[in-house]
Design a protein around this ligand. Structure first.
Ligand code: FES
Ligand code: FES
Length: 175
């Protein structure tokens, strides 16, 4: 028996510890939104979140995630990506799309204002139908609905630092 916590629920499943998490989630728990594609960690069809980060679960032994929270597409909730995916009519056959959404959700959690380059770097999931352009547009559309990111405290000058900068500028302006 192995333990796994998926979508906020603890489970004990009769599986070998080296069984890939994808198999446990699909075959033992019956959550079939995550797909099997390559089985080699390459295509991203099996992407879930582990501790909030996207991971490829076809090559991840279930024993390796025992103490961590696994989230699948079934628990994605009312994420703005869903509306954006519909508005941009992203899916074609749909097979890769749950993995694409989970990957995109991870990107926006880290970077709510991604550039096209950021999206290109992060969205390495494959789509045999070639929906990449619509995926990029949908991510940009969803990002536009998210609150402005708050700059890190260290990037905001303190009041006394701002005054110091003014003094330096005035000094430099002296003949
Ligand atoms: S099925 Fe997991 S990366 Fe392709
Ligand atoms: S929509 Fe068909 S593989 Fe991506």
């Amino acid at each position: 028996m192995v333990k796994v916590r998926v979508n906020g629920v603890d489970h004990e499943v009769d599986a070998s510890p080296d069984t890939p998490l994808l198999w446990v989630v699909r075959d033992h728990l019956g959550l079939t939104g995550s797909k099997f594609g390559c089985g080699m960690g390459l295509c991203g069809a099996c992407t879930m979140h582990l501790g909030g980060r996207p991971v490829r679960t076809c090559v991840l032994p279930v024993a390796a995630v025992a103490d961590q929270e696994v989230t699948t597409i079934e628990a994605m909730g009312d994420h703005p990506l869903k509306d954006a995916w519909i508005a941009e009519q992203v899916p074609q056959c749909g097979y890769c799309q749950s993995g694409q959404l989970m990957q995109a959700a991870g990107l926006l959690a880290d970077n709510p204002r991604p550039t096209d380059e950021d999206i290109g770097v992060s969205m390495t999931n494959l789509c045999r139908c070639g929906t990449y352009d619509r995926i990029r547009k949908a991510i940009r559309r969803a990002a536009a609905t998210l609150p402005e990111p708050v700059p890190p405290e260290s990037a905001v000058p303190r009041e006394d630092e701002a005054l110091d900068e003014e003094a330096v500028k005035e000094e430099e302006a002296q003949p």
